[in-house]
Design a protein around this ligand. Structure first.
Ligand code: BG6
Length: 459
């Protein structure tokens, strides 16, 4: 079946007075409006009744207190329906408000425990017909609960009318990986087990769980970012070239590669918890939730068999950074070594955050000597190509247009839960690490030869 890409007549935003709407969705809608790319009625649904004027002020503050024509246009498009998400009367009011607006996009920026209730409430008023449902992460807590949730949602919306948000897929530098791989012919001949020794993916954050103790403690690093964001990244990096440009071909290739990833062996995992985590509001005093994980994944296919894909992520690390480093195999004969240590390997680094670009670490001869030294050859995409769109601007425009390629299709979600399930099953207490360190010491041994230092900036 062709994915539904009917453009919407209105956006229905559940949770419009919540944190995600305030921090991400409203500012993104403002930028889209200012760029002339969004001009639709936005019907906010919220438990709190702040009145339409109250909502407009809330939105103004969320957008940085702006007073301009773009904000006036956005404010003019806002409507508010308030009420409990489990009360049919809320949906009856929503039906009146959406009457005659055409195709509806229902965006659920509410806790996942409410997803099914909202879908059912919408269906009770026929608001699931001629409509698309967009849900935020996390999608499930494990494989079984993800399947259960999907089953619930499928009662009211079919897969073609469902979109599961993974905002990493909205990040331009993440999509650039695909462009780098498939628009250039440079990489493809070496992008396999014959030339690549290991791939390292680091998503580091220099802040702790902040005020999200309750959410974080119920989830942990693997559920929060590995099952979704980082396995999506792995899929983009490891997949075969899609045979055509259509969304389905791309999603199929991602599925094929995730299908080939072995479930993680617990022997290939190090979990950590930063010192002081247990004193955070909302965290259980005896919690065994991880705030750090490092793991090795293996892909059982002809391209990648035997190559470790090493992933690490954590809170309270030394920097905030998202980077991929592919280590190439060394030449079979060392002609220019310094006689003591082997030459450094060539590295291909994809920097995704905070700035974006690519660096090749090549070897050059040290002047006046007979040995080599790594020299970086870099392109800073932001400098060369200009500023990039924010992830949520792309997520929202795709939610409206219906293009499915930057959302998580359910079969991909299922594979990701299967891959991480053995890690979720680990019951041991995570190893402690100091805030501002690179995690527990044994994590250093996850990649063969250790982690490559990440390049924190281009300058
Ligand atoms: C979210 C996680 O999905 O992604 C957060 O819940 C994490 O814990 C965030 O900090 C990172 O996203 P970004 O876009 O700020 O890098």
């Amino acid at each position: 079946m062709r994915p539904d890409t009917t453009r919407a007549g209105a956006l229905v935003l559940f949770g419009i007075t919540g944190d995600l709407a305030r921090k991400m969705l409203l500012p993104a809608l403002y930028h889209l409006t200012a760029d002339g790319r969004f001009d639709l009625p936005i019907i906010g649904v919220a438990k709190t009744d702040m009145g339409l004027d109250g909502l407009r002020e809330f939105a103004r503050t969320a957008c940085g207190g702006v007073h301009d024509a773009a904000f006036d246009k956005l404010a003019g498009n806002l409507r508010l329906v308030s009420g409990d998400y489990r009360d049919p009367a809320t949906f009856a009011r929503l039906r009146e408000e959406t009457e005659g607006k055409g195709f509806l996009v229902h965006y659920l920026a509410v806790p996942p425990a409410l997803f099914s209730a909202v879908a059912e409430g919408l269906a009770g008023e026929g608001l699931n017909r001629d409509a698309r449902l967009v849900v935020e992460k996390p999608f499930g807590h494990d494989l079984a609960s993800a399947r259960e949730l999907n089953g619930e949602l499928l009662k009211f919306f079919d897969e073609d009318h469902l979109r599961r948000v993974d905002h990493f897929l909205g990040k331009e530098p993440v999509e650039d990986l695909m462009v780098f791989r498939f628009a250039n012919t440079l990489l493809e001949p070496i992008w396999n087990r014959s030339h690549i020794r290991s791939v390292q993916i680091t998503m580091a954050e220099d802040f702790d769980v902040r005020d999200r103790g309750g959410f974080y403690d119920a989830n942990g690093t693997v559920r929060d970012v590995v099952q979704n964001h980082l396995l999506q990244l792995l899929a983009i990096l490891a997949m075969d070239p899609p045979p055509s440009t259509d969304a389905r071909a791309q999603l199929d290739e991602k599925w094929r590669v995730l299908r080939a990833v072995q479930a993680i062996d617990p022997a290939d995992v190090v979990r950590g918890q930063y010192a002081g985590y247990l004193g955070t509001d909302g965290v259980r005093p005896d919690s065994t939730t991880e705030t750090y994980v490092a793991l090795r994944a293996y892909i059982d296919n002809w391209r990648w068999a035997g190559v470790p894909w090493c992933i690490r992520s954590g809170k309270a690390l030394p920097v905030t950074d998202l980077e991929v480093v592919a280590e190439l195999r060394r030449p079979p004969v060392t002609m220019f070594g310094n006689g003591r240590a082997p030459d450094a390997p060539n590295l291909i680094r994809f920097r995704l955050q905070p700035d974006a670009g690519v660096t090749f670490d090549l070897l050059a001869k040290e002047p006046g000597k007979q040995h080599t030294r790594p020299v970086p050859v870099s392109v800073d995409f932001t400098k060369v190509l200009g500023p990039m769109e924010a992830a949520y601007e792309r997520v929202l425009s795709d939610a409206v247009s219906g293009d499915p390629r930057r959302f998580a299709r359910f079969d991909l979600v299922e594979e990701s839960w299967r891959i991480v399930q053995p890690v979720l099953d680990l019951a041991e207490r995570p190893l402690p690490y100091e805030q501002g360190s690179w995690g527990p010491e044994p994590a250093a041994e996850i990649p063969p030869g250790g982690w490559h230092e990440i390049s924190t900036t281009f300058d």
